[in-house]
Design a protein around this ligand. Structure first.
Ligand code: ADP
Ligand code: MG
Length: 397
């Protein structure tokens, strides 16, 4: 895939409509985590340095096409201005006279944030008239919100067909990282998929099997695979109805020459609660009242060896109930092993998924991976092999 980047854009005096993800955590009208604001800074800086007028488009929460005052983007203005080190103007509407007047008064290098796009039903409906109304205030369109790219909305897809469209700096970084992980990876490629459910990750497993040399399955979903192979899983989280499905995944992996690594030992306890007595068990030794809550040390050692033999790692889903120690042990050990390989230049490691990102922070290695995607749903759809409309729309024919 090829995209126009801001390196090739004429920026001086141009009105740049920039789609960002400012759907930030907020409590009582105060931004409590500015990660997403920071993510937009490289693009904003580049546009300002080139003399463009920076007009930021964003959604917040789910107002469902109505003006909901508690879902205003106004609380973002002050922390954003502090991060940029320059004033940020705000318009109470993203289209119409209010927006038009605010844009008309801008000078090169100015920054303006427009009110929540989703106050208008036309945004999520990808209504051409709404996209037109937004587009009237721009000379070029920049999409810097990979996390919203799985939605075909007016600001994530429609605008790309109206104005010359560019990938922003964060978008470009994310697309490059994902391409290095699954698009044109250095082989062998190892995947790690964990988390709770097989049911939500079936499409992802099938797509990965087509692209990976080795796939390690952990977490609650591994219990369903072990159950499908006839092992006792006691009182573990398990989806017995999906035993056939799990056997189908194993057959699919065999057919496509993707080696599957299932746990060879497990850590059990009677409950997933702090301070529980935990025991390592071989397969077949899990008692009826025990729950499998983590992978065992031999499983971790074998996964570490698989990492040693891989050039690329793609990871989604924790290997155990990492929120409750000691059931974080396998996830933390595996994450640290991967991080050490990245540091020594022997592995490209890309990870994503809400709980996976938390688990990597918990292990203290989130910054040591090659790339960690915070894009949530967009990341998972990309792992499923689904073309993302917001990315497709940026593609140069
Ligand atoms: P992500 O958000 O990264 O995509 P998931 O939401 O699929 O990951 O899975 C994360 C959840 O899986 C965590 O809450 C974790 O506690 C749970 N989990 C992992 N292993 C087990 C297990 N053996 N039994 C029950 N739940 C598990
Ligand atoms: Mg999750």
């Amino acid at each position: 895939m090829t995209f126009k980047t801001l390196d090739s854009a004429l920026l001086a005096g141009k009105r740049a409509l920039v789609r960002v993800d400012f759907n930030v955590p907020m409590a009582n009208g105060v931004v409590t985590d500015d990660t997403r604001l920071r993510a937009a800074l490289p693009t904003i800086a580049k546009l300002r340095a080139g003399g463009a007028k920076v007009i930021l488009l964003a959604h917040f929460d789910r107002p469902k096409g109505k003006r909901v005052p508690s879902m205003s983007l106004a609380p973002v203005v002050a922390p954003l201005a502090a991060l940029i080190g320059a004033p940020v103007a705000f318009a109470e509407d993203c289209v119409g006279d209010t927006a038009d007047a605010a844009v008309a008064s801008m000078k090169g290098g100015d920054v303006l944030l427009l009110q929540n796009l989703r106050f208008h039903a036309g945004e999520e409906a990808n209504d051409p008239a709404f996209a037109e109304a937004l587009g009237r205030n721009g000379d070029l369109y920049v999409n810097d919100a990979f996390s919203a790219a799985h939605r075909a909305h007016a600001s994530t897809e429609g605008l790309a067909h109206i104005l010359p469209a560019y990938a922003g700096e964060a978008m470009r970084r994310e697309l490059d990282a994902l391409d290095a992980a699954l698009g044109r990876p250095s082989k062998p490629v190892l995947g790690v998929v964990g988390g709770s459910k097989v049911s939500t990750k079936l499409d992802l497993l099938h797509n990965l099997i087509l692209k990976l040399d080795v796939l390690a399955i952990g977490g609650g979903m591994a219990n369903t695979f072990l159950f499908a192979q006839g092992w006792a899983v006691g009182a573990s989280y398990c989806e017995p109805d999906l035993a056939d499905t799990a056997r189908g995944v194993m057959a699919f992996a065999l057919k496509h020459k993707c080696e599957l690594l299932l746990p060879i030992d497990v850590v059990v306890a009677e409950r997933a609660a702090p301070g529980q007595a935990a025991f390592t068990r071989d397969l077949g030794e899990v008692d009826a009242d025990e729950r499998i809550l983590d992978a065992g040390p031999r499983t971790v050692a074998r996964l570490a060896a698989a990492m040693d033999g891989a050039r690329t790692l793609i990871w989604n889903g924790p290997l155990g109930v990492f929120e409750i120690p000691p059931f974080d042990a396998a996830t933390t050990a595996a994450a640290r092993h991967a991080a050490a390989l990245v540091k020594s230049g022997r592995l490209i490691a890309v990870a994503g998924g809400g709980d996976t990102v938390s688990a990597l922070h918990h292990a203290g290695v989130a910054n040591d991976f090659t790339f960690v995607s915070t894009a949530g749903g967009a990341f998972l759809e990309w792992m499923e092999g689904i073309p993302l409309p917001g990315v497709l729309a940026l593609q140069v024919a």
